[in-house]
Design a binder for this molecule. Structure first.
Ligand code: TRP
Ligand code: ZN
Length: 479
């Protein structure tokens, strides 16, 4: 289903019905109605060529048009000593229009061969665009399988504003893999934009003694032969490419399940051994508590990984948040696990709506503090509201995250404050009903700011236009 932006409102209800499925029956991973690159707009440059971007005006080259991925099968063999990766990526997709060629995103690395439905394809590369020309054109609505064999030394991506290095980052004993917003192209060819989620299988081969931790659950026991161990993982629920990980290294593990019965896996680099038990226990407690506040946990397992790489940040990798080089406290665990609902199950289809991830996860930190009898959300809101009038967060409207400065503090803090202002306006009962309705209606799907505002107005019966406008879109401190 591909419509232009004007069709989004009309289709929102239909999409939300389709997106609603129980955790053990994942729906097919399809594009959001709003992710259209081409429908209703001028056609592709040459008839039959897939578009080189998915249609996010802020990131014109990220993702691709002309097809919809349903599944990735990643096989990678990585050597921490040579830092060389040998990979085979199998992409299962459906053409959304006739295709004489289509693009994938991949940065660096050498592509050896590509087949489409078992026939040799030709390909070309330009920057991060990999253009694939199948032997036979693919018809609209046809399903096809592309297999890309590649290798090389992955180079991480750099963000000048807030993040530093991201993507596939080599460490002394393996790799730290955290790809938001568009770093998955540094380690496998894919449709590198959250507007095309898919399920994933991982087969990761590393030197014996090294552990590979990918998303979802382990399939069978690791097998060792010839000094190498192969780990298999499967994420059965739709996942944005930026949440995919295959973090490798020496790890201590603790496994079990939460009180509510969700499988829980904590892993820490030996240097952070002291964090293993608290990571395990807090992740379990937070997952169960958020399930009572936000609605049922969307995935089949929870947990976290602490690696010895000083990212200074954590990333909410699906089912396995990754903490970079520090002891994670309760607040950051509460933040990353809140993203399992806000960001991972409910996914933005345009990066400008990032406050729907970061504002919600920040507000979750405040809710956790309140739950624990520490500072209330109200107190935390007030502390921030008292920031001086020339504080940078008042100039940066969080409802419109900027491509060069996506992870600005305003998107987090003023985004979180927006939710508290909303809570005060509509009252606790409606606010907490709204959070659950939001996650239920868009479970495993795609979300927009307009959709959230519309639901808040529907459930409260109030005109919330002025509130959201002041908090999300004005370059000044709201009253
Ligand atoms: N989403 C992360 C958070 O706030 C921040 C983040 C974005 C990040 N991209 C990253 C962290 C890449 C590590 C690496 O929780
Ligand atoms: Zn976050």
């Amino acid at each position: 289903m591909r419509v232009n932006r004007r069709g989004v409102a009309m289709l929102a209800t239909l999409v939300s019905v389709l997106a609603c499925a129980p955790a053990d029956e994942p729906p097919p991973a399809t594009h959001p109605a709003s992710a259209s690159a081409g429908a209703g707009e001028p056609g592709p440059a040459s008839a039959g060529a897939g578009e080189p971007g998915i249609g996010d005006p802020d990131f014109p080259e990220d993702g691709n048009g002309g097809y919809d991925v349903s599944h990735y099968d990643l096989a990678i063999d990585y050597s921490p000593t040579t830092k060389r990766l040998d990979g085979v990526t199998t992409v299962k997709a459906t053409a959304t229009h006739d295709l004489s060629s289509f693009n994938l995103d991949l940065t660096g690395l050498n592509v050896r061969t590509i087949t489409v439905d078992d026939a040799q394809a030709t390909f070309g590369r330009k920057g991060s665009e990999l253009t694939v020309r199948p032997a036979e054109p693919i018809g609209k609505n046809d399903r096809f399988t592309a297999t890309i064999t590649y290798s090389g030394v992955p180079k991480p991506a750099k963000d000048s504003a807030n993040l530093g290095t991201y993507g596939f980052i080599p460490t002394s004993d393996g790799a730290f893999v955290a790809s938001e917003p568009n770093g998955s192209k540094t380690w496998f060819p894919n449709n590198d934009h959250p507007a095309d989620k898919a399920t994933f299988d991982f087969t990761v081969t590393v030197p014996a003694g090294v552990t590979a931790l990918a998303n979802g659950e382990q399939i069978g026991q690791p097998t060792t032969a010839g000094g190498k161990t192969t780990f298999r993982w499967r994420e059965r629920h739709p996942m944005a490419s930026y949440l995919a990980t295959a973090t490798m290294g020496k790890f201590e593990l603790r496994q079990g399940s939460t009180s509510a019965g969700i499988p829980n896996l904590a892993a820490t680099d030996p240097k952070f051994k002291g964090s293993l038990d608290s990571l395990y226990t807090t992740s379990a407690e937070v997952t169960d508590y958020w399930s009572t506040v936000f609605g049922p946990y969307p995935f089949s397992s929870t947990g976290g990984v602490v690696d010895d790489y000083s990212a200074g940040y954590a990333l909410e990798n699906q089912t396995k948040p990754l903490y970079g080089g520090f002891h994670p406290d309760e607040a950051i665990i509460a933040h990353e696990l809140a993203h399992q609902w806000f960001g991972n199950s409910l996914t933005i289809s345009r990066w400008k709506d990032l406050w729907l991830n970061e504002g919600f996860a920040t507000y979750a930190e405040w809710l956790w503090s309140e739950h624990k009898g520490k500072k209330s959300a109200e107190a935390l809101f007030n502390e921030n509201h008292r920031r001086s009038a020339d504080d940078a967060i008042w100039k940066y409207p969080p409802g419109r995250a900027r491509p060069g400065d996506l992870f600005n503090q305003s998107v987090y803090t003023r985004g979180g404050m927006t939710l508290h202002a909303l809570r005060k306006s509509i009252g606790d009962a409606t606010f907490f009903t709204l959070l659950k309705a939001w996650t239920a209606e868009h479970r495993y799907g795609y979300v927009t700011t307009e959709g959230f505002v519309a639901l808040a107005e529907r459930l409260s019966g109030k005109d919330l236009g002025p509130l959201f406008d002041a908090w999300l879109f004005q370059p000044r401190r709201p009253a």
